[in-house]
Design a protein around this ligand. Structure first.
Ligand SMILES: Cc1ncc(COP(=O)(O)O)c(C=O)c1O
Length: 359
């Protein structure tokens, strides 16, 4: 009798694998990880204490409804509690958003290049990805996206600011785009890096969502709030979208450690946003220095910069690594570098200056 392997869904064939940012190599001279857009600051003492206290009960399941956290988010952002849905990182919520809207035969649209989880989670649902190229300036081409909408489009991600380019779309163009999207197509404004935005013309998605039932906003505690390892993110969305997210979320997907640390982070927001301010200063310094060195770098509103190096991407990534900084190359396209500790940024800038001279 021939043994057959379990039948798996054909949709999973050829699915791209998510490439996490590489950690710094152990044993190197100095090694900084600038490859995952993480927050370089260690946890605040009070936040750490709340997670440690929660750890004392990890024989128990967490609060499945994330009641305390949802209340805190609703109050902080001035939205109804029913409009808040939490998940295992914002990528978990993004996956629920697709599962709630799109299956085989449906289309999920997003700019490309953008957050590399989008094609993966779209394909897991069996939906078809529609990738609309960024403009020459590495910004979302919202006109082209509006034109690419078909009757099969179910969900559109607008990653603002965009990962990995850092570029952001502004209020007028985004509103014009939203006006063109049919009301039965969900637009997800992925604002994982919202707290790093300093351009006043880049709109806060939560303001846009209020009057638009087909707009949902994704936020995370992983970046500005420094809880990447605890896995908690959320969406703000109208009913019935928020209710669908609660149905499709992995039950008990947000640990009590994550819930309590997220609540403590919201309560310590002033201090955390002060750190974000320092990172924004560093970002501006890195950006300006790169421009002064002669690089072409798009304006960034996030905690990273994007260098479109084309065929020389791998070579520059290797030079950075040799110098002690691990960056995130996208082979043949470009390289994303997270803003980290001042010493790490200096090391990167030094390497970039030397490399540019050899171009
Ligand atoms: C644009 C964007 N959205 C969502 C995420 C997911 O973050 P998390 O799942 O940690 O909340 C990331 C992480 O890098 C991101 O860059």
């Amino acid at each position: 009798m021939s043994e057959k392997s379990p039948r798996l869904r054909a949709e999973l064939d050829g699915i791209p694998t998510y490439k996490p940012g590489r950690p710094a190599a152990a044993g190197g001279p100095v090694a900084y990880k600038l490859s995952s857009n993480e927050n370089p600051y260690p946890p605040l003492q009070g936040v750490l204490e709340s997670a440690v206290a929660a750890a004392g009960n990890f024989n128990r399941y967490p609060d499945m409804a994330c009641t305390g956290l949802v209340n805190e988010i609703a109050e902080r952002f001035g939205v109804p509690v029913e409009h808040v849905a939490t998940g295992t990182g914002s990528v978990g919520v993004a996956q629920s958003l697709i599962q709630s809207t799109a299956g085989p035969g449906d289309e999920v649209m997003y700019a490309w290049r953008s957050f590399e989880a989008y094609p993966i989670i779209a394909q897991i649902s069996g939906a078809t990805s529609v990738q609309v190229p960024l403009t020459e300036g590495d910004v979302h081409d919202l006109d082209a996206m509006a034109e690419a909408i078909t009757e099969r489009t179910r969900l559109i991600f607008v990653c603002n600011p965009n990962n990995p380019t850092g570029t952001a779309v502004r209020r007028a163009e985004l509103e014009r785009f939203l006006d063109r999207v049919p009301s039965d197509v969900l637009v997800v404004l992925d604002e994982a890096y919202r707290e790093f935005v300093r351009d006043a013309d880049v709109p806060d998605g939560i303001e846009l969502y209020r009057s638009r039932p087909n707009v949902a906003v994704l936020r995370t505690f992983s970046k500005a709030y420094g809880l990447a390892g605890l896995r908690v993110g959320f969406a703000v969305a109208h009913e019935p979208v928020a209710a669908a997210l609660r149905k499709t979320a992995v039950p008990f997907g947000v640990s009590q450690l994550a819930q309590d640390a997220a609540v403590a982070s919201l309560r310590a927001e002033d201090e955390l946003l002060g750190r974000v301010g320092s990172l924004v200063c560093e970002r501006n310094r890195v950006h300006e220095t790169l421009l002064a060195q002669g690089w072409t770098v798009p304006d960034t509103q996030a905690n990273f910069v994007w260098l479109r190096l084309g065929e020389r991407t791998a070579e520059f990534a290797a030079a950075c690594e040799k110098a002690g900084v691990v960056v995130r190359p996208f082979a043949g396209e470009g390289l994303r570098v997270t803003i980290g500790e001042t010493e790490a940024n200096d090391l990167f800038l030094h390497t970039a200056g030397a490399f540019f001279k050899g171009l």
